[in-house]
Design a protein around this ligand. Structure first.
Ligand code: DLL
Length: 431
């Protein structure tokens, strides 16, 4: 089932809508912000020079730093009286990035989140247990409004208080779980403690997971332990929040709501636009945003685009699941490594869980990398030969697959700190 007709419209129709909306957005930013006016003037461009979607390549990029430079509201194109909602990043690595929404922007967000839930098979008959954090983070309220838009019963539980989550999920007969994948796994650990036949008490049928890079192994684990279909959702606050794209039941690729968000893939070093299927940095132009329209935003997320038809009938372009972030990549003695690649190796190893942490440091002039991995409950941690074998196998697999020499340290179950939202996978002591 589609939420909106446009999701399955002929390509020409989608592109016609995109071009008209792009031209409107360009006029808006050119006339209403000195930031874009100056950037366009430098390139001797005016909005009327953009007459095809291909012309988008002529436009300047927008970076996170541009938003920070105009903190808090400098790039808004409406008076504050029209702004009905503010969200913001946590700002742990500098000034927070602040985003705003008009009533119309909220309608767009609700609509794309309704599409996300519909893609996951949810209807008004479902009970959505929303364990994304509420507050300035867009996860909680984004999912909340989407669930209400489809008429589902919405449980605004937010993150944290894991034992209570389990109780409420069971007693309220939740059918859809919305959470970060790492928190969903943590919830499972808590549920398991309540008894071995924990699953018979739950009515869950599907989950809508996102907000952090996740290996196929972790996705399969979440789906297996809860006995549910795994649907993925992607998004970022600068563009709207969750709801930029999501997966249907037919494949792992995510349909991009491209009538609202125009995607491109660029080489992250040169900025050159790459062909479909090639991996690079995702760049998004908002096509309908009013409070904070944004042109060619460098998301920092690495993925690729695919235009093959999908069995669900949607004609929207699809993206592969995020491989990693440009700035998440750690360079270990000259070798590029993404945390999700390490996670993939751990997922295929015997005797360990998917709770891990990567610690990068210096030893003399060389980089040194420790990977802490929790062993499974059923591994005899006092059996030294068994532990040695597990450790060696993981180290060997990291060397063979990722070309890194890491020191794997096996640790007792439940000793790595759990995250209630996005998991912290890397601690880089070199920076
Ligand atoms: O994380 C919005 C969101 C909330 C998406 C809930 C999905 C579910 P920010 O806090 O602005 O917004 O963080 C955005 O999170 O640039 C990606 O690096 C990462 N991210 C989001 N979804 C995924 C995903 C929300 N499905 C940043 N896979 C993005 C991998 C993701 N990374």
């Amino acid at each position: 089932m589609l939420w909106n007709e446009i999701e399955g419209a002929p390509r020409e129709k989608i592109e016609e809508v995109q071009l008209a909306r792009l031209q409107e957005t360009l006029k808006r930013v050119y006339e209403l912000t000195s930031f874009y006016k100056e950037k366009f003037d430098e390139l001797e461009l005016t909005p009327s020079d953009i007459t095809s979607l291909k012309d988008i390549e002529k436009l300047p990029f927008t970076k996170k730093q541009d938003l920070r430079n105009h903190y808090p509201f400098g790039l808004f194109t409406v008076p504050m009286s029209e702004v009905v909602r503010i969200h913001s990043s946590s700002g742990t690595t500098g000034k927070p990035t602040v985003v705003g929404y008009t009533k119309h922007d909220m309608d767009v967000w609700n609509e794309v989140m309704a599409r996300v839930f519909t893609m996951a098979g949810a209807t008004a008959d479902d009970v959505v247990h929303n364990a994304y954090g509420y507050g300035l983070f867009t996860g909680g309220l984004g999912f909340h409004n989407g669930a209400e838009t489809i008429g589902a019963t919405t449980v605004p539980v937010s993150s944290g208080f894991t034992d209570r989550q389990i109780l409420l999920m069971k007693d309220f007969n939740a059918t859809i779980l919305a959470a970060t994948p790492s928190f969903a796994l943590h919830m499972y650990e808590a549920a398991k403690k309540t008894g071995n036949d924990y699953l018979k008490d739950f009515k869950l049928k599907a989950g809508v997971f996102g907000a952090e890079p996740t290996s196929d192994g972790l996705k399969e684990e979440v789906s297996r332990v809860w006995g549910i279909d795994y649907h993925e959702v992607y998004g970022l606050s600068e563009i709207i929040g969750p709801g930029v794209s999501s997966s249907c039941k037919h494949s792992k690729l995510l349909h991009i709501n491209e009538d609202h968000f125009y995607p491109e893939i660029v080489d992250h070093k040169t900025g050159e636009v790459l062909a479909d299927g090639e991996r690079g940095e995702l760049v998004i132009t908002s096509l309908t945003k009013q409070a904070l329209p944004i042109i060619r935003y460098r998301t920092g997320d690495i993925t690729s685009l695919h235009r093959s038809p999908c069995e669900c009938g949607r004609t929207l372009v699809r993206m592969e699941s995020i491989v990693g972030r440009v700035d998440d990549m750690i360079i270990v003695n000259g070798v590029n490594v993404y945390p999700s690649q390490v996670e993939h190796v751990i997922a295929n190893a015997e005797g360990v869980t998917l709770n891990y942490q990567i610690i990068a440091d210096k030893k003399g002039h060389l980089d040194k990398i420790d990977i802490l991995v929790e062993v499974s409950e059923d591994v005899m941690s006092d059996s030294i030969p068994e532990m040695e074998k597990i450790k060696k196998d993981i180290q060997q697999s990291l060397a063979n697959n990722l070309y890194i020499n890491a020191n794997v340290k096996l640790v007792e179950p439940r000793t790595i700190e759990r995250s209630m939202g996005k998991a912290v996978r890397v601690i880089d002591k070199r920076v």
